[in-house]
Design a binder for this molecule. Structure first.
Ligand code: ATP
Ligand code: MG
Length: 227
Protein backbone atom coordinates (compact mmCIF):
# COMPACT_ATOMS: atom_id res chain seq x y z
CA UNK A 1 0.00 0.00 0.00
CA UNK A 2 1.34 3.43 -0.86
CA UNK A 3 1.61 6.21 1.70
CA UNK A 4 -1.42 8.24 0.85
CA UNK A 5 -2.40 11.49 2.51
CA UNK A 6 -5.56 9.80 3.75
CA UNK A 7 -3.74 7.35 6.00
CA UNK A 8 -3.59 8.89 9.44
CA UNK A 9 -1.87 5.89 10.98
CA UNK A 10 0.11 3.11 9.36
CA UNK A 11 1.99 0.12 10.75
CA UNK A 12 4.28 -2.14 8.76
CA UNK A 13 5.93 -5.35 9.93
CA UNK A 14 5.50 -4.64 13.66
CA UNK A 15 7.14 -7.28 15.83
CA UNK A 16 7.50 -7.31 19.60
CA UNK A 17 9.16 -9.89 21.83
CA UNK A 18 9.29 -9.96 25.60
CA UNK A 19 12.08 -11.67 27.49
CA UNK A 20 11.04 -13.34 30.74
CA UNK A 21 14.14 -14.87 32.39
CA UNK A 22 15.69 -16.92 29.57
CA UNK A 23 12.39 -17.41 27.78
CA UNK A 24 11.40 -15.16 24.90
CA UNK A 25 7.77 -14.67 23.93
CA UNK A 26 6.96 -13.29 20.49
CA UNK A 27 3.80 -11.29 21.15
CA UNK A 28 3.54 -9.59 17.73
CA UNK A 29 5.02 -11.15 14.58
CA UNK A 30 4.71 -8.75 11.69
CA UNK A 31 1.53 -6.72 12.06
CA UNK A 32 0.50 -4.61 9.05
CA UNK A 33 -2.39 -2.22 8.88
CA UNK A 34 -3.46 1.32 8.13
CA UNK A 35 -6.20 3.59 9.43
CA UNK A 36 -7.82 5.99 6.97
CA UNK A 37 -9.11 9.45 7.88
CA UNK A 38 -12.24 9.11 10.01
CA UNK A 39 -12.07 5.32 9.95
CA UNK A 40 -13.05 3.30 13.05
CA UNK A 41 -11.26 -0.01 13.49
CA UNK A 42 -11.91 -2.52 16.25
CA UNK A 43 -9.07 -4.79 17.38
CA UNK A 44 -10.16 -8.03 18.99
CA UNK A 45 -8.36 -11.13 20.22
CA UNK A 46 -8.16 -13.28 23.32
CA UNK A 47 -6.58 -12.06 26.55
CA UNK A 48 -2.81 -11.97 26.10
CA UNK A 49 -3.06 -11.80 22.29
CA UNK A 50 -1.09 -8.54 22.27
CA UNK A 51 -3.80 -5.92 21.78
CA UNK A 52 -2.52 -3.51 24.44
CA UNK A 53 1.04 -4.14 23.27
CA UNK A 54 -0.02 -3.14 19.74
CA UNK A 55 -1.66 0.09 20.96
CA UNK A 56 1.48 0.99 22.92
CA UNK A 57 3.56 0.56 19.77
CA UNK A 58 1.10 2.60 17.69
CA UNK A 59 1.29 5.37 20.31
CA UNK A 60 5.10 5.30 20.34
CA UNK A 61 5.01 4.56 24.08
CA UNK A 62 7.02 1.40 23.46
CA UNK A 63 9.43 0.44 20.67
CA UNK A 64 8.93 -2.45 18.26
CA UNK A 65 11.76 -4.97 17.74
CA UNK A 66 11.05 -4.68 14.03
CA UNK A 67 8.76 -2.59 11.91
CA UNK A 68 7.65 1.01 11.63
CA UNK A 69 4.72 3.21 12.63
CA UNK A 70 3.82 6.39 10.73
CA UNK A 71 1.46 9.00 12.12
CA UNK A 72 0.09 11.55 9.65
CA UNK A 73 2.89 10.55 7.28
CA UNK A 74 5.67 11.04 9.84
CA UNK A 75 7.88 8.18 11.02
CA UNK A 76 7.06 7.82 14.72
CA UNK A 77 9.40 4.87 15.31
CA UNK A 78 12.54 6.74 14.24
CA UNK A 79 11.62 9.98 16.00
CA UNK A 80 13.45 10.85 19.23
CA UNK A 81 11.39 10.87 22.46
CA UNK A 82 10.73 14.63 22.38
CA UNK A 83 9.57 14.48 18.76
CA UNK A 84 7.41 11.46 19.55
CA UNK A 85 5.69 13.35 22.34
CA UNK A 86 5.14 16.28 19.96
CA UNK A 87 3.62 13.95 17.32
CA UNK A 88 1.34 12.43 19.95
CA UNK A 89 0.17 15.84 21.14
CA UNK A 90 -0.42 17.09 17.60
CA UNK A 91 -2.29 14.11 16.19
CA UNK A 92 -3.40 11.59 18.80
CA UNK A 93 -5.87 11.13 21.64
CA UNK A 94 -6.13 8.27 24.13
CA UNK A 95 -8.89 6.57 26.10
CA UNK A 96 -8.11 3.81 28.59
CA UNK A 97 -10.21 1.21 30.40
CA UNK A 98 -9.76 3.09 33.66
CA UNK A 99 -10.21 6.77 32.99
CA UNK A 100 -6.67 8.07 33.90
CA UNK A 101 -8.12 11.49 34.67
CA UNK A 102 -6.02 13.72 36.91
CA UNK A 103 -7.57 13.39 40.40
CA UNK A 104 -6.68 16.89 41.60
CA UNK A 105 -8.43 18.59 38.70
CA UNK A 106 -12.11 19.13 37.89
CA UNK A 107 -13.85 17.58 34.89
CA UNK A 108 -13.55 20.94 33.12
CA UNK A 109 -9.83 21.29 33.87
CA UNK A 110 -9.14 17.71 32.78
CA UNK A 111 -10.83 18.27 29.42
CA UNK A 112 -9.25 21.73 28.94
CA UNK A 113 -5.76 20.28 29.60
CA UNK A 114 -4.94 19.09 26.04
CA UNK A 115 -5.93 22.52 24.70
CA UNK A 116 -3.78 24.29 27.31
CA UNK A 117 -0.84 22.03 26.45
CA UNK A 118 -1.46 22.92 22.81
CA UNK A 119 -0.98 26.59 23.65
CA UNK A 120 -4.57 27.80 23.96
CA UNK A 121 -5.39 30.44 26.60
CA UNK A 122 -7.36 29.56 29.74
CA UNK A 123 -10.63 31.27 28.75
CA UNK A 124 -10.78 29.77 25.26
CA UNK A 125 -9.72 26.29 26.47
CA UNK A 126 -12.33 26.32 29.24
CA UNK A 127 -15.08 27.45 26.90
CA UNK A 128 -14.29 24.75 24.34
CA UNK A 129 -14.02 22.11 27.08
CA UNK A 130 -17.33 23.19 28.66
CA UNK A 131 -19.09 23.01 25.30
CA UNK A 132 -17.89 19.46 24.67
CA UNK A 133 -18.73 18.40 28.23
CA UNK A 134 -22.32 19.60 27.80
CA UNK A 135 -22.38 17.69 24.54
CA UNK A 136 -21.57 14.48 26.44
CA UNK A 137 -24.25 15.22 29.05
CA UNK A 138 -21.88 16.56 31.71
CA UNK A 139 -22.93 20.23 31.80
CA UNK A 140 -23.97 19.91 35.46
CA UNK A 141 -20.69 18.26 36.49
CA UNK A 142 -18.02 20.69 35.26
CA UNK A 143 -16.57 21.36 38.71
CA UNK A 144 -16.66 17.75 39.93
CA UNK A 145 -13.37 15.99 40.49
CA UNK A 146 -13.09 12.43 39.09
CA UNK A 147 -13.62 10.89 42.56
CA UNK A 148 -17.04 12.56 42.72
CA UNK A 149 -18.18 11.13 39.36
CA UNK A 150 -19.71 7.76 38.50
CA UNK A 151 -17.80 5.28 36.32
CA UNK A 152 -19.83 6.14 33.23
CA UNK A 153 -19.43 9.87 33.87
CA UNK A 154 -15.66 9.48 34.22
CA UNK A 155 -15.46 7.66 30.91
CA UNK A 156 -17.52 10.39 29.22
CA UNK A 157 -15.05 12.95 30.58
CA UNK A 158 -12.17 10.77 29.39
CA UNK A 159 -13.70 10.58 25.90
CA UNK A 160 -14.18 14.37 25.88
CA UNK A 161 -10.54 14.84 26.90
CA UNK A 162 -9.30 12.52 24.14
CA UNK A 163 -11.36 14.29 21.46
CA UNK A 164 -11.36 17.92 22.56
CA UNK A 165 -8.39 18.94 20.39
CA UNK A 166 -9.88 17.08 17.37
CA UNK A 167 -6.92 14.73 16.85
CA UNK A 168 -6.73 12.76 13.59
CA UNK A 169 -6.61 9.49 15.49
CA UNK A 170 -7.74 8.20 18.88
CA UNK A 171 -6.38 4.99 20.38
CA UNK A 172 -8.78 3.41 22.86
CA UNK A 173 -7.93 0.35 24.97
CA UNK A 174 -11.18 -1.22 26.21
CA UNK A 175 -12.73 2.21 26.75
CA UNK A 176 -16.02 0.68 27.93
CA UNK A 177 -14.60 -2.46 29.55
CA UNK A 178 -15.33 -1.14 33.02
CA UNK A 179 -18.94 -0.06 32.38
CA UNK A 180 -22.34 -1.74 32.47
CA UNK A 181 -24.11 -2.40 29.19
CA UNK A 182 -26.17 0.79 29.14
CA UNK A 183 -23.20 3.05 29.93
CA UNK A 184 -20.90 1.13 27.58
CA UNK A 185 -23.30 1.64 24.69
CA UNK A 186 -23.83 5.30 25.55
CA UNK A 187 -20.10 6.04 25.73
CA UNK A 188 -19.45 4.12 22.54
CA UNK A 189 -22.27 5.87 20.65
CA UNK A 190 -20.81 9.15 21.74
CA UNK A 191 -17.36 8.21 20.43
CA UNK A 192 -18.89 7.25 17.08
CA UNK A 193 -20.92 10.46 16.80
CA UNK A 194 -17.96 12.70 17.55
CA UNK A 195 -15.79 10.63 15.23
CA UNK A 196 -18.32 11.14 12.40
CA UNK A 197 -18.72 14.85 13.08
CA UNK A 198 -15.03 15.60 13.34
CA UNK A 199 -13.58 12.98 11.00
CA UNK A 200 -11.58 11.40 13.81
CA UNK A 201 -10.17 7.90 13.18
CA UNK A 202 -10.27 5.32 15.96
CA UNK A 203 -8.46 2.13 16.85
CA UNK A 204 -10.58 0.54 19.59
CA UNK A 205 -9.58 -2.56 21.50
CA UNK A 206 -12.72 -4.27 22.72
CA UNK A 207 -14.04 -7.64 23.85
CA UNK A 208 -17.60 -6.42 23.41
CA UNK A 209 -19.16 -7.75 20.20
CA UNK A 210 -22.23 -5.55 20.78
CA UNK A 211 -20.11 -2.48 20.00
CA UNK A 212 -18.94 -3.70 16.60
CA UNK A 213 -21.92 -2.22 14.77
CA UNK A 214 -20.38 1.23 14.98
CA UNK A 215 -17.00 0.34 13.48
CA UNK A 216 -15.97 0.12 9.84
CA UNK A 217 -13.54 -2.80 10.15
CA UNK A 218 -12.78 -5.51 12.70
CA UNK A 219 -9.26 -6.90 12.97
CA UNK A 220 -8.49 -9.98 15.06
CA UNK A 221 -5.06 -10.64 16.52
CA UNK A 222 -4.19 -14.34 16.40
CA UNK A 223 -0.70 -15.77 16.99
CA UNK A 224 0.85 -12.33 16.74
CA UNK A 225 -0.57 -11.35 13.38
CA UNK A 226 -3.80 -9.87 12.08
CA UNK A 227 -6.15 -12.49 10.79
N1 ATP B 1 6.42 -5.77 29.96
C1 ATP B 1 6.19 -7.06 29.67
N2 ATP B 1 7.12 -8.01 29.94
C2 ATP B 1 6.89 -9.30 29.63
N3 ATP B 1 5.78 -9.75 29.05
C3 ATP B 1 4.82 -8.86 28.75
C4 ATP B 1 4.97 -7.47 29.05
N4 ATP B 1 3.86 -6.82 28.64
C5 ATP B 1 3.04 -7.77 28.11
N5 ATP B 1 3.62 -8.99 28.17
C6 ATP B 1 3.03 -10.25 27.68
O1 ATP B 1 2.64 -10.05 26.33
C7 ATP B 1 1.40 -10.68 26.06
C8 ATP B 1 0.43 -9.68 25.46
O2 ATP B 1 0.03 -8.74 26.45
P1 ATP B 1 -1.06 -7.62 26.17
O3 ATP B 1 -1.20 -6.83 27.38
O4 ATP B 1 -0.70 -6.92 24.92
O5 ATP B 1 -2.36 -8.53 25.91
P2 ATP B 1 -3.86 -8.07 25.59
O6 ATP B 1 -4.23 -8.67 24.28
O7 ATP B 1 -3.99 -6.62 25.76
O8 ATP B 1 -4.68 -8.84 26.75
P3 ATP B 1 -5.97 -8.35 27.59
O9 ATP B 1 -7.16 -8.63 26.70
O10 ATP B 1 -5.96 -9.29 28.76
O11 ATP B 1 -5.80 -6.93 27.97
C9 ATP B 1 0.94 -11.31 27.36
O12 ATP B 1 1.22 -12.69 27.33
C10 ATP B 1 1.77 -10.61 28.42
O13 ATP B 1 2.04 -11.46 29.49
MG1 MG C 1 -5.00 -5.36 27.08
Amino acid sequence: MSETRDEVLKARGLSKRYRQGDEEIAVLRGVDFAVGAGERIAVMGRSGAGKSTLLHLLAGLDEPDEGTVWVAGENLTEADPARRAAIRNAHMGFVYQFHHLLPEFSALENVAMPLRLGGRGVAEANETAARLLSRVGMAERLKHRPAALSGGERQRVAVARALVASPEIVLADEPTGNLDRENAEQVFRLMCELSDERGIGFVIVTHDAALLEGVHRVLTLVDGTIE
